[in-house]
Write a protein that binds this ligand. Structure first.
Ligand code: E4P
Length: 217
């Protein structure tokens, strides 16, 4: 399973990247706002640090404007994946940008039908948003399963990038289904290390060790 980090926080990316946990990064306008940085500057810094794809999102609504913005974003670095929304215009932009040799991440996907269109338009990645479906009492994990089945039926090469991940459980569930990539906030990735029995076991080992009166080294 490839891990993308869903943030524009350079320090958080560096911490995970240094541990070999980062296969790519996803950003969006809200994450750029949260980082409080200039989009070009922060994206360039992330691209230099990370080997894999770094998604940078267009903000225009018309295909021709998305294509223009996408080409500008793609100039930041070779590992930019241009992120376009799953609208009809976004699909047009996906087609044009992918034919131009750019990686394209089609975002804001909420249905298998949308995911089929993105694959046919040449998307490198499709980003189904799990958490936002759960928020409206639909099953986001089911969407990943549906897309996996359909893509496998027809051999589509578009990679499923499970997005809007809110919990460790989401990561495990989409991993069992066979998502190609997950993108999650740094805090969710770090919390994968937590287990109550690990804490309890460590506490006991520390107590017993103190009773031995020994030291290592
Ligand atoms: C994905 O590329 C998006 O940036 C992200 O996963 C959205 O997550 P959210 O629904 O938690 O904002």
């Amino acid at each position: 399973m490839k891990f993308f980090v869903d943030t524009a926080d350079v320090d958080a990316i560096r911490e995970l990247n240094d541990l070999g946990m980062v296969d790519g990064v996803t950003t969006n306008p809200s994450l750029i706002l949260k980082a409080g940085r200039d989009i070009t500057e922060v994206t360039r810094e992330i691209c230099a640090m990370v080997d894999g794809p770094v998604s940078a999102e267009v903000v225009a609504e018309k295909a021709e404007d998305m294509i223009r913005e996408g080409k500008i974003l793609a100039q930041i670095a070779d590992n930019i994946a241009v992120k376009v929304p799953l609208t009809w215009d976004g699909l047009k932009a996906c087609r044009a940008l992918s034919q131009d040799g750019h990686m394209v991440n089609v975002t804001l996907c909420f249905s298998p039908a949308q995911a089929i269109l993105a694959a046919k338009a040449g998307a490198t990645f499709i980003s189904p948003f799990i958490g936002r479906l759960d928020d409206i009492h639909l099953d986001g994990v089911d969407l990943i399963a549906d897309i996996r089945e359909i893509y496998d039926n027809y051999g589509y090469e578009t990679q499923i990038l499970a997005a809007s991940i809110r919990s460790v459980n989401h990561i495990i569930e989409v991993g069992k289904i066979g998502t190609d990539v997950i993108t999650a906030p740094p805090g969710v990735i770090k919390s994968m290390a937590n287990h109550v029995l690990t804490d309890k076991g460590l506490e006991q080992f520390n107590k017993d060790w103190a009773k031995t009166g020994q030291k290592i080294g």
